[in-house]
Design a binder for this molecule. Structure first.
Ligand code: GAR
Length: 202
C-alpha cells in the first residue's frame, strides 16, 4: 500500500502540525506520509518543528507578495514534493478559488469553532475565541473540513464541542479548544481523508 503524500501549510506556532507529527510517530496515521511543511511566514516556529521531525520545510512568504505570486510559490513546492493531500494547520491566509479548484477534496482545514459559527473572512486565531466570548456562547469547539471556494464553507469531516467556562479569556479558551478538540480531531480527519484517497486508488 502506498502512503498518501501530505503537505502541511502553516503560519505560526504549529501546535497542530506537532499533533500531526506526534500522531504519525505514534502509528496513528497509517495512510499518511508528511512530505512537506510550507510556512507563509519565515519566522514561524512551525518550521523548527518540521525540521526537528525531518520533514522538508519551505517558506512561501505572504507579506509583500501578490496573492498570485504567493500561490505560485506554494504550488511549486507542492509539485516538487508531489503532495497529494494538503492540510491547513494554523494557516492564516485564504487560498483563491483558482488554487482550491486544483485540489478538490484534497485540502483540509482546522478551524477553532463549531462551523458555521464564527467562521469566514476575518475569523482566525484568537479573533475566533474573542468573538465567541463576546457573543456569550456556552459551548464552542473545533471543526475540520474540506476546503472549497467559500472561506470555512467546505464539507465538514469532524467536529468536537468544548465548554466555555466562566472567567475564560480568549487565550484560556483557545488553549482548551486546542487541547480538547483540535489536536485530536486534526490527525483523525487527515487519516480519514488519506484512507479515502487510498481506497479510490485501489
Ligand atoms: C489554531 O487554533 C487553528 O485552529 C487556528 O489558528 C491556530 C493556530 O495554532 N486557525 C485558524 O484560525 C484558521 N482560520 P497553531 O499554529 O499552534 O496550530
Amino acid at each position: 500500500m502506498s502512503l498518501v503524500r501530505c503537505a502541511v501549510l502553516v503560519s505560526g506556532g504549529g501546535t497542530n502540525l506537532q499533533a500531526l507529527l506526534d500522531a504519525k510517530k505514534a502509528g496513528k496515521l497509517p495512510h499518511v506520509q508528511f512530505v512537506s511543511v510550507i510556512s507563509s511566514r519565515p519566522d514561524a516556529y512551525a518550521l523548527e518543528r518540521a525540521r526537528n521531525a525531518g520533514v522538508p520545510a519551505h517558506v512561501a512568504q505572504r507579506k509583500g507578495f501578490s496573492q498570485e505570486d504567493f500561490e505560485k510559490t506554494i504550488l511549486s513546492f507542492l509539485e516538487a514534493d508531489r503532495a497529494q493531500l494538503i492540510v491547513l494547520a494554523g494557516f492564516m491566509s485564504i487560498l483563491s478559488p483558482a488554487f482550491v479548484a486544483r485540489y478538490p477534496r484534497r485540502i483540509l482545514n482546522v478551524h477553532p469553532a463549531l462551523l458555521p459559527a464564527f467562521g469566514g473572512k476575518g475569523f482566525y486565531g484568537l479573533r475566533v475565541h474573542e468573538a465567541a466570548l463576546a457573543r456569550g456562547v456556552k459551548v464552542t469547539g473545533a471543526t475540520v473540513h474540506y476546503v472549497n471556494e467559500i472561506a470555512d464553507g467546505g464539507e465538514i469531516i469532524l467536529q468536537k464541542a468544548v465548554p466555555v467556562l466562566p472567567g475564560d479569556s480568549p487565550e484560556s479558551l483557545q488553549k482548551r479548544v486546542m487541547e480538547q478538540a483540535e489536536w485530536l480531531l486534526l490527525p483523525e480527519a487527515v487519516e480519514i481523508a488519506a484512507r479515502e484517497i487510498c481506497e479510490n486508488q485501489s
